[in-house]
Design a protein around this ligand. Structure first.
Ligand code: AMP
Ligand code: TRP
Length: 324
């Protein structure tokens, strides 16, 4: 069976951009692929320097996958930091990664443009991401559109390595849902933990409703016709409610006489219908720390077995240890 692999950074609570852009499409692969979904905690360390928060967000990400129905016995759910082979491979791959390639990374260029301080971790982020993928021989990587360049870099790095040693690393394909554009956040920019504009997936209903009501809209008066497609609230609604309900709401908005508050209430209702039951499961899972730790321990063990088998071949090829 082919392998699908993807990760989420626990730099905050999982949000509906993660859900629509990656988690929902990734869960649909569970019947046709062996799925390896992990918590990219070492990646979160590039931005989050608070140990207890990082640990607690890691558990939230794990519980989110489980609450949404990922079966951890048929698939693998693990923490990146529990698989040290990934870090070992990251160093090896860094010797096959040109500085020019890292200089072109959007994430690094954005940080530079905003004059944020850039750590070596931010700069080499794409190498660690390539190691996450290549250590497991993943065939496909379901990700949101914002990760497309990272996947291209991963392919590039794998090809350079293979050029030297033969086809040892599997060159993965990105799996990007064409119909899911980048999901907008409360302020209309990309929903992102680093912009502080996210709608976390499993907030209590009252808090969720409050947040949905805060989504920015234009100031066209209730009675005037509106442009639904340009509004974040409508884009989000379309993903939760489906095409025909979305078209019905769009017609009302275009006709005038329907205010944005109506669209926001519709979005809240559609989110409750999609995620309400999962929230109950999420709470239960978060309430049983021992069980959750057990799932992650089991995932770590199985993930390490996979990665160490591949790493043994990589070490042999590059001339480490004995050749036998
Ligand atoms: P991150 O939270 O940055 O680790 O992202 C985890 C996954 O969610 C990645 O595959 C991202 O591409 C996806 N993702 C994050 N934010 C968005 C967004 N605003 N729209 C679509 N996909 C997203
Ligand atoms: N960089 C990804 C993000 O910010 C998270 C990630 C880390 C990842 N390693 C990965 C995604 C490997 C897919 C495969 O969203």
């Amino acid at each position: 069976m082919k392998i699908a692999l993807s990760g989420i950074k626990p730099s905050g609570l999982p949000h509906i951009g993660n859900y629509l852009g990656m988690i929902r499409p990734a869960l649909r692969l569970a019947d046709s692929y062996q799925c390896l979904y992990f918590i990219a905690d070492y990646h979160a360390l590039t931005t989050l320097h608070n140990g207890s928060e990082l640990r607690s967000h890691s558990l939230s990400v794990a519980a989110t996958w489980l609450a949404l129905g990922l079966d951890p016995t048929r698939n693998l759910l693990y923490r990146q930091s529990d698989v040290p082979e990934v870090m070992e491979l990251a160093w090896i791959l860094s010797c096959f990664t040109g500085k020019g390639l890292l200089d072109r990374a959007h994430a690094f260029k954005d940080a530079q443009a905003q004059q944020r301080e850039i750590s070596a971790g931010v700069y080499t982020y794409p190498i660690l991401m390539a190691a996450d993928i290549l250590a497991f021989g993943a065939d496909v990587v379901p990700v949101g559109r914002d990760q497309k360049q990272h996947l291209e870099m991963c392919r590039d790095i794998a090809q350079r390595f293979n050029h030297a040693y033969g086809d040892l690393l599997i060159v993965p394909e990105a799996l990007i849902q064409e119909e899911v554009e980048t999901i907008p956040g409360l302020d209309g920019r990309k929903m992102s933990k680093s912009y502080d504009n996210t709608v976390p997936m499993f907030l209590p209903a009252a808090q969720l409703r409050k947040l949905v009501m805060r989504i920015q809209t234009d100031s066209v008066p209730v009675e005037e016709p509106k442009l639904p497609e340009s509004a974040a609230v409508f884009q989000l609604y379309r993903h939760f409610a489906g095409a025909s309900d979305a078209e019905a709401l769009a017609e009302k908005l275009r006709a005038g006489g329907t205010g944005w508050a109506v669209a926001k209430q519709a979005l809240f209702d559609a989110m409750e219908a999609s995620l309400g039951e999962a929230r109950t499961r999420y709470r239960e899972i978060m309430g049983d720390a021992d069980k959750l730790a057990g799932v992650l321990r089991d995932g770590a063990e199985r993930a390490r077995a996979l990665a160490s088998a591949r790493m043994a071949r990589v070490r042999r090829a590059i001339g480490m240890g004995s050749s036998a």
